[in-house]
Design a protein. Structure first.
Length: 165
């Protein structure tokens, strides 16, 4: 039995970062972290596009459009939904995550979830370059790992993954 893990390789990749403008002080840092991670792992700066949408609710439809264009290998979706006094939080966060997962399945392309769901702005800031790192960066690295893993999968190979890729 072989054990396969994708590596964060950005060379030759075209990536879209789909980012929510709502809670912009947080989401700007998430998007910047994602772009920095992609470039630091070999993606050309010119091969990374950032698409801004109004809020987390719009992340799935923009991601679907990006993937339907055929120009991108995958999407890093970033946003921040911060709990308020109404159930709005649950609807937006849950539906955004579900929609992103559906887009990934439909287009058979990796879409990583850099959507923060926190109780407070301070918690979101801690995850956008603060004490808890930058989840935009983490999501970008996860995307590159998934793309590399997908490259290793050879449908014609009965063993499933190609170790030499």
């Amino acid at each position: 039995m072989a054990d396969f893990t994708g590596l964060p390789r950005g060379e030759g990749r075209r990536i879209a970062v789909v980012a929510s403008r709502f809670n912009e002080t947080v989401t700007t840092r998430l998007a910047e972290g994602a772009v920095e991670a992609l470039v630091r792992h070999g993606a050309a700066f010119g091969d990374v596009d950032v698409c801004w949408v109004p809020g987390a609710w719009e992340l799935p439809i923009a991601t679907r459009r990006v993937l339907a264009s055929g120009r991108y290998d995958g999407v890093v979706a970033v946003g921040a939904v911060i709990r308020g006094e109404t159930p709005h939080f649950e609807f937006v966060a849950g539906e955004a995550a579900r929609g992103l997962a559906e887009a990934s399945r439909e287009f058979e392309a990796p879409v990583t979830l850099g959507l923060l769901t926190t109780d407070t702005l301070a918690q979101a800031e801690a995850r956008a370059g603060g004490d808890h790192g930058n989840k935009g960066w983490d999501s970008a690295v996860a995307l590159l790992e998934m793309l590399d893993l997908f490259d290793r999968i050879d449908p014609a190979d009965d063993e499933g993954c190609d170790e030499d890729a």
